[in-house]
Design a protein. Structure first.
Length: 352
């Protein structure tokens, strides 16, 4: 069976490029920044050293579930809009998710067979309820407020909330500054670590991505591609070549994502009675879910099974543990600096 470390690492491979960290990390090994805060990852037969490090970081953070994150963003948007002289009512996502069972509710980790049976690859299936929350905003008190504004005031409201195209193009994507209240609130919720001293987050995570690409191209992994592809063809999914990590890379997952993206474009174009882009996207995504989710789940389950039966999952885990051990040893100073930066950011946010 494929190890959890492989799947956890794959999940992070895309997420780490944005370096999203919560402010709830009270301390990461020491009370003072610069004090050698990096824990020593155990690394074992199921988890590589790099993934073990981030597992420990994750254990010290508490971003809450989808509702908590959505609520925090909405409250920040309201404060920002109010400061600019506009009314804004934070939207309560709770009712939209009363009948939605999310991956968090079920305690399912992406990449496992149990997750695949419920949510496939997590593309069309709305595993965290985001599509449902967006679509539910159709009955939005803020829409009624905007309808009462003059055309000039409405334009100013939209600019304050979303930013103008010119401002967005020139804005800092990390801070959200200049992109409107919504982007600023989202950036605040996913606080980015800044470069300091030995630690440059962009370089650090580019190096990690290069390591993960090297893992995927190792001969021990590539040599099992044909066995996986043959298994997938027997399961009714021919024409696939590369298994990848099945979360951010891999022919099966990418085939579903490509089809989903195409359907989103077409479905959003057909929605003419809604102006809000986030609501329109939510409605389109829910429709695409009805069309594609069943096939996504079937393909994802076959993918997990074929990884195991072909030996691909075990080979990938073995190679990943080997590469991660060397990477962690080679970059220990950067991991220490990373943990110090998390602790420093937590201390600064605690003072706000």
């Amino acid at each position: 069976m494929g190890g959890r470390g492989t799947r956890a690492g794959a999940r992070r491979a895309g997420a780490l490029t944005v370096v999203v960290l919560a402010w709830a990390c009270a301390a990461c090994g020491s009370d003072e920044p610069g004090g050698g805060a990096s824990p020593t990852p155990p690394g074992d037969a199921t988890t590589g050293a790099v993934d073990a490090f981030f597992d420990q970081m994750d254990a010290l953070r508490d971003m809450g579930d989808a509702i908590d994150q959505h609520t925090a963003v909405q409250e920040d948007v309201a404060a920002c809009m109010n400061a600019l002289g506009f009314e804004y009512t934070p939207l309560d996502p709770g009712p939209a998710l009363e009948d939605v069972r999310t991956a968090t509710d079920l305690g399912l980790e992406p990449g496992t067979r149990e997750y695949a049976e419920q949510f496939g690859f997590g593309i069309t299936t709305d595993d965290m309820g985001y599509y449902a929350m967006s679509a539910a905003q159709l009955d939005d008190p803020n829409t009624r407020y905007v309808e009462q504004l003059s055309p000039e005031a409405r334009a100013e409201y939209d600019r304050a909330l979303w930013g103008s195209p010119e401002e967005v193009d020139a804005a800092d994507p990390q801070s959200g500054e200049g992109q409107g209240c919504f982007a600023q609130a989202q950036a605040s919720a996913g606080a980015m670590l800044e470069a300091s001293g030995e630690f440059d987050p962009d370089v650090f995570f580019q190096e990690q991505m290069a390591m993960r690409e090297a893992i995927q191209s190792d001969d021990r992994v590539v040599g099992l591609h044909p066995a996986w592809a043959s298994c997938m063809a027997d399961a009714g999914f021919p024409g696939l070549v590369t298994p990848g990590d099945n979360l951010f890379t891999g022919d099966a997952m990418l085939a579903i994502r490509t089809e989903f993206d195409a359907r989103l474009v077409a479905l959003q174009g057909a929605i003419t009675d809604v102006d809000d882009p986030s609501i329109k996207l939510g409605l389109a995504a829910l429709q695409a879910k009805q069309e594609l989710a069943e096939r996504e789940i079937a393909m994802a389950v076959a993918d997990v099974d074929c990884r195991d039966s072909s030996g691909y999952a075990d080979a990938l885990l073995e190679v990943e543990i080997e590469y991660q051990a060397q990477f962690y040893a080679d970059h220990k100073a950067e991991f220490d600096a990373y943990a110090d930066a998390v602790a420093e950011r937590a201390a600064a946010d605690a003072d706000d």
